[in-house]
Unconditional design. Structure first.
Length: 281
């Protein structure tokens, strides 16, 4: 898994800023989600899978999946705040807001997952309570998805249609590609979860299982794609000599999170400064 060096670089090597904190948590949720999928399919291969294990792994997997959605939405909202309220963002934004938001989102996602799991487990066996929890959690995921799309569209409009257009930076390219891959590969799992919540009327069970398997496959691609996106964006237009440096992965990651337009650079900035957001704590 390519998330190991990414977590190491984000956690210990790259200078911290509001975006890198969210990216670190997004990478952690992606890695843990891939681990859940790996355990799920290994159990199926050895034919040792029972329904209770499926419930547990499904619940944990949905926890990490929802965290990925929450993190993407938080990153988009963070950039919208920086664009729409630049003075407040630079001067009045709480210093540790990113870390606090990540902690709250982890706790909220865990709480929703636990409520859903225990209300639908065979221990309680209350179909009405399970249906109620699905009817509560599914709209929550839809609401977060709407926030993600709305904030992303706001940034896109400011780049293309506004009289004060945003200059395209590597950070916006990274965010745009990450959101696009999620919409193409990560969203189907959420759709299947909503269909499961409403009992998927009109869909045969065998067809539903096939669609669910395809959705899980796509979600694994989504969780594996982010390091590739950072590598692609960060290495674009880089000199060949940098590939030979031991610190090249760190430089590539810093470039991918760079919030400075190419035309604004008077020269190569020092590696430790290239990831810093202007005016951010």
């Amino acid at each position: 898994m390519k998330h190991h060096p990414l977590l190491w670089l984000l956690g210990f090597r790259v200078s911290r800023n509001p975006i890198s904190v969210y990216i670190l948590n997004l990478a952690a949720s992606d890695l843990l989600y891939l681990c859940c999928l790996l355990v799920f399919y290994l159990w199926k291969l050895i034919d040792y899978f029972v329904f209770n294990y499926y419930n547990y792994i499904h619940a944990v997997g949905m926890w990490f999946y929802s965290m990925g959605l929450f993190m993407l939405s938080a990153i988009s909202v963070e950039r919208c705040l920086a664009v729409l309220f630049p003075i407040w963002y630079r001067c009045r934004r709480p210093r540790h807001m990113s870390a606090v938001m990540c902690a709250l989102l982890w706790a909220l996602s865990l709480l929703l997952t636990m409520l859903l799991h225990f209300s639908c487990s065979s221990f309680f066996s209350k179909d009405e309570l399970c249906l109620i929890m699905h009817s509560v959690i599914a709209p929550c995921l839809i609401f977060v998805f709407v926030i993600l799309c709305g904030s992303s569209l706001t940034l896109l409009v400011r780049m293309l249609c506004s009289s004060r257009r945003l200059q395209l930076t590597r950070l916006y390219v990274t965010l745009g590609l990450t959101v696009l891959v999620f919409l193409l590969c990560g969203l189907p799992v959420g759709i299947m979860h909503v269909l499961e919540a409403i009992d998927a009327p009109g869909i045969p069970f065998s067809t539903f299982i096939l669609l669910e398997s395809a959705a899980f496959l796509l979600s694994s691609i989504n969780s594996s794609a982010n390091p590739i996106i950072y590598f692609f964006v960060g290495s674009f237009r880089q000199k060949h000599q940098q590939w030979q440096q031991r610190r090249s992965l760190k430089l590539v990651l810093q470039k991918a999170l760079e919030d400075v337009a190419e035309g604004e650079k008077s020269g190569e900035s020092p590696p430790q400064e290239s990831v810093e957001l202007s005016g951010s704590p």
